[in-house]
Design a protein around this ligand. Structure first.
Ligand SMILES: C[S@@+](CC[C@H](N)C(=O)[O-])C[C@H]1O[C@@H](n2cnc3c(N)ncnc32)[C@H](O)[C@@H]1O
Length: 389
């Protein structure tokens, strides 16, 4: 494909991505994969180049662009080589008019501009490295590192390895043999905050596809009782094959009915040594992986998430046994989902107190810790460990 044809493809895809962001449609990665499935003429170099253009355009637009063309013209205003590809030949974009500015450059949507520490802004949109968690049931970190050229130990997580972004890990021996999971260092630290050990009864309340459940299972050495619950059946269904691949047997799963979660969890009331609440959230801490997610968040959506987090925290509090622990985490850098949410919880639940976390990363905030891309090189998370009297 010519540079112009690649630019045209990027515009078409950006149009779809913008529409999906406005209407709650599929994520950019899914739309890109679908687009290429029906366009076999695009070779692997074309696909890589188009993808690269799309993500550069997404990263530079804080507000949702007016159109795919506006997003790419904005980028072309800063890149003469790309601007030259708008040459108006067949299957290429029309030339850029002198007064056509394209979408403005920015990091954050305006309504969030002063809600995230400016020292984090640049790192929020950098490319994330590829972090792995070594499955101790199958291997140790040094042995796996020796199989992966360029792998470095993660600075804070004791079982993590870091590789450059884009390393094709799924073709590697450690991946094929189930020795590793792809998991950001921040997520590994959250599982570590559970201090899970064999013999415990542990519940991962918002388990999703079980990324942190598997880390807890590794800490528990396949012992004790581990329950993974979620309201999303498709995500929860992905846990069993992952657990099998990693050699973990016996993880229970429970599908929850939103708003009626206790109907499936009542037998665990006052019975868990550990409840992990990795709550649904704005995802502001993972924008470096999903930069278009910042076009999807709105004040209304944020308010609903904060309400759900508070409700799930109170529900989890009823499931922890006296002396047990609740770990609260959100992949967010916003106070209302993190330290603010924790302050409100501690105000409502006098039998819980914040306890120290078992790692040195992050910055202390009102009883919890904020991990961030700029400060710690991890995805952004707020995490707190709360012990019941
Ligand atoms: C941040 S994600 C969890 C990610 C997961 N723990 C992991 O490590 O991969 C939040 C999860 O909360 C789930 N969720 C949303 N509402 C819920 C509810 N009322 N009860 C339990 N889970 C809920 C979502 O389906 C989503 O999978």
């Amino acid at each position: 494909m010519t540079p112009g044809a690649r630019a045209q493809a990027a515009i078409e895809l950006l149009d779809e991505i913008v529409r999906a962001a406005r209407e709650g449609g599929a994520a950019a990665d899914t739309l890109i994969a679908r687009y290429f499935k029906t366009r076999r003429y695009a070779g692997s170099k074309d696909r890589r180049a188009i993808r690269e253009l799309i993500y550069r355009a997404i990263r530079r637009a804080g507000e949702v662009p007016a159109s795919g063309r506006a997003a790419l013209v904005g980028l072309a205003r800063e890149d003469a080589v790309l601007a030259a590809a708008f040459d108006g030949a067949p299957h290429t974009p029309a030339p850029i008019a002198a007064d056509e500015e394209g979408s403005p450059a920015g990091v954050l949507p305006r309504w969030l501009a002063d809600r995230i520490d400016p020292s984090e802004h640049a790192a929020l949109l950098e490319r994330a490295p590829l972090d792995l968690r070594v499955n101790r049931r199958r291997a140790d970190r040094d042995a796996v590192a020796a199989l992966l050229p360029g792998a470095e130990p993660t600075p804070f997580a004791p079982h993590g390895l870091r590789l450059p972004e884009g390393t094709p890990i799924e073709a590697s021996t450690p991946w094929v043999e189930g020795l590793i999971e792809i998991q950001d260092e921040g997520s590994q630290l959250i599982a570590l905050a559970g201090k899970a050990t064999g013999g415990m009864t542990a519940l991962d309340l918002c388990a999703g596809a079980g990324g942190k459940t598997l880390a807890l299972a590794d800490d528990m050495g396949n012992g004790g009782r581990l329950i993974a619950s979620d309201t999303n059946r498709a995500r929860l269904d992905r846990l069993a094959p992952r657990a099998q691949r990693s050699g973990f047997a016996g993880i229970e799963t429970r599908l929850l009915d939103p708003g009626r979660e206790m109907a499936a969890l009542g037998d665990l009331r006052d019975g868990c040594d550990l409840v992990l609440v990795d709550a649904p959230c704005s995802g502001t801490g993972t924008w470096r992986r999903n930069p278009e997610a910042r076009w999807r968040l709105s004040p209304d959506r944020l308010a609903k998430l904060v309400e759900t987090q508070a409700r799930l925290l109170d529900l989890a509090a009823d499931l922890v046994r006296p002396g047990g622990a609740l770990v609260y985490a959100v992949c967010s850098l916003l106070d209302e989902e993190g330290a603010g949410q924790l302050r409100a919880f501690l105000g409502r639940q006098s039998s819980f107190a914040a306890a120290q976390l078992p790692f040195s990363a992050g910055r202390y905030q009102d009883g919890g810790t904020l991990l961030s891309p700029g400060h710690d090189g991890t995805d952004g998370f707020f995490v707190a460990r709360l012990v019941r009297a």
